[in-house]
Write a protein that binds this ligand. Structure first.
Ligand code: VG1
Ligand code: CO
Length: 544
């Protein structure tokens, strides 16, 4: 095998965002871009000499070619072994599990831009996960980023492509490539956590479900687990064959992008339960017949009932949620007498809490829920835990939600996204809010009195690392809250996210229209920030 050292120069802006590096596909395909970034990852983790790596992706356009490039570079950099999902497929949670199961000391490379669309004119991405299976902490991503600024060569080799379709061992120079079934180990893990017998009995009793894999990576997982192992009828899984452009859709499981499933679940012959997952399988959307469950409420519900599943029968040690996620789970945690942590947006901030055993479950408002079984959010896991709870309680999704709200109050919730905003204007919105914050406590905006206003900073309770500038919080005295932050995953312009929340404890007001309930806090947030005037919009692009 012919080793090659290729001279290169730094390529502008290879700074990883909320979860890895995400760019237009054309950028990743441009000369040396992917190679530079991969070599910077290898350099940033002190090399891969003698190490084992896990490699796989969500099947989007360029997935297979990128994997061949990465394998050649891993071999040239002296890696001992790469474990790769068959046909290049691995969901993000399955990759996280494999890193842990196989003790892959080099960690994992996951090719995905998650819920962003795929294709030659759409998006591509690469995430690096460390040997604990979780997204690299900021200390590591900073090292990688610093390398991208000074890189002057990368190592690769001339070798034939690996056949990604054949399960088994192959060699690339001195490196072993092991192609594995992407579903098998993951399915075995799920079997240990949730009660498959109970769920099988539920389906056997006529319970109906629709799982929308959105033409993305969870298709094979859902087919095997739901229709195979759990005996759900054929056709339970829709859009179950991964395609390189996700059927030209956004594989984003929310009411806006998963319209097909929303319509099914709100039709007269809706099944009992509906769910969807995103491009790389780490997100989930949960629906009952005629009911949409917000991700924040789903985290609260799972926390309240986790002990019904074998994996959590001794209870939950603690929970964590990202800052913009509603405080519904805080109220459950308080009742259960367990710890509750508020972290910045992005799964990497849960890693230390999980590793230290301080939390068992965690989640984000953006449809991510997970537990200590892996170090990523896990879409199908959340669906299976819901099924376990539905089977044990024999209650409907609507009944479970009403019970949750009756006991803890309901946190009405919505997120407004203003997309593709001019970056300077987006910064102007945040910069304009910052100096107002110290004066706000006690002030009235519209009809609402501000209790607390700040910019969120986080000090990791485990390693004391500090993360500043994690979003602006306005907490009001009547149980309302508004949060502003800029997205770190977009590939075009800036995205401003405005998160709105309103607690309601009056039992006669638990089934109102969320947008009506949130109107006051929305008006207060928009008035204070002058957001829409500054960016020249009259409404958000997406409300979820
Ligand atoms: C978004 C979500 C965040 C999530 C991140 C990665 O980030 O808000 O909660 O962790 O995507 O999700 P941002 O910075 O655009 O708000 V995924 O499914 O890429 O792994
Ligand atoms: Co994702």
């Amino acid at each position: 095998m012919l080793m090659q050292t290729v001279q290169t120069t730094p390529i502008a802006d290879q700074k990883p965002g909320t979860s890895g590096l995400r760019k237009k596909t054309a950028v990743f395909r441009a000369s040396h871009f992917l190679e530079n970034y991969v070599q910077s990852i290898f350099d940033g983790i002190e090399g891969v000499l003698g190490k084992t790596l896990v490699v796989g992706g969500d099947g989007r356009f360029f997935n297979d070619i990128a994997i061949q490039i990465i394998l050649r570079m891993a071999a040239a950099n002296g890696a001992a072994k790469c474990i790769v999902g068959q046909n290049g497929l691995l969901s993000t949670p399955a990759a996280s599990h494999l890193v842990r199961l196989r003790q892959a000391d080099g960690g994992g490379l996951i090719l995905s831009a998650s819920h962003n669309p795929g294709g030659p004119d759409a998006d591509f991405g690469l995430k690096y996960n460390g040997p604990n299976g979780g997204p690299a902490p900021e200390a590591v991503t900073n090292k990688i980023y610093e390398r991208t600024k000074v890189i002057d060569h990368y190592k690769t080799c001339a070798a034939d492509d690996i056949d990604l379709a054949i399960v088994g061992m192959q060699t690339l120079g001195n490196m072993t490539v092991e192609i594995i079934d992407p579903v098998e180990d993951y399915a075995a893990l799920m079997q240990k956590i949730v009660d498959f017998d109970k769920i099988r009995a539920l389906f056997a009793g006529g319970f109906t479900m629709c799982f929308d894999a959105m033409h993305a990576v969870t298709g094979p997982y859902a087919h095997t687990i739901l229709e195979g192992m759990l005996g759900a009828p054929k056709g339970t899984v829709i859009n179950g064959i991964p395609s390189t452009d996700f059927g030209k859709g956004h594989p984003d499981p929310n009411p806006a992008w998963a319209k097909v499933l929303m319509n099914i679940m709100h039709s007269t012959d809706a099944p009992d339960f509906g769910a969807a997952s995103d491009g790389d399988g780490d997100r989930n959307m949960i629906l009952g017949r005629g009911v949409y469950v917000t991700p924040s409420d789903s985290l609260a519900l799972l926390t309240a009932h986790a002990n019904l599943a074998p994996g959590y029968q001794d209870g939950v040690a603690g929970v964590a949620r990202s800052m913009p996620t509603s405080r519904a789970v805080d109220r459950v945690a308080e009742r259960l007498g367990i710890g509750c942590f508020e972290t910045p947006t992005g799964w990497k901030f849960f890693g230390n809490l999980l590793d230290a055993g301080k939390v068992t479950l965690c989640g984000e408002e953006s449809a991510g829920t997970g537990s200590d079984h892996v170090r990523e959010k896990d879409g199908l896991w959340a669906v299976l835990l819901w099924l376990n709870i539905l089977a044990e309680t024999q209650r409907s999704v609507a009944e479970l939600m009403m019970d949750l709200w009756a006991t803890h109050g309901r946190c009405y919730y919505a997120r407004f996204d203003y997309e593709d905003v001019d970056s300077a204007k987006a910064t102007e919105v945040i910069d304009g809010l910052r100096p107002k914050l110290p004066m706000l406590a006690g002030a009235r905006i519209g009809g609402l009195q501000v209790q607390m206003a700040d910019e969120f900073s986080y000090v990791d309770p485990v390693d004391r690392s500090r993360s500043d500038g994690q979003g602006i919080r306005l907490v009001f005295e009547n149980g309302a809250r508004a949060v502003f932050r800029l997205s770190g995953t977009g590939t075009q312009g800036a995205t401003i996210r405005l998160y709105l929340e309103q607690l309601e404890t009056d039992h006669s007001r638990l089934q109102e229209d969320p947008q009506k309930v949130l109107a006051n806090v929305r008006d207060a947030a928009l008035t204070l920030s002058d957001l829409e005037a500054i960016i020249g919009r009259t409404a958000p692009d997406v409300i979820t």
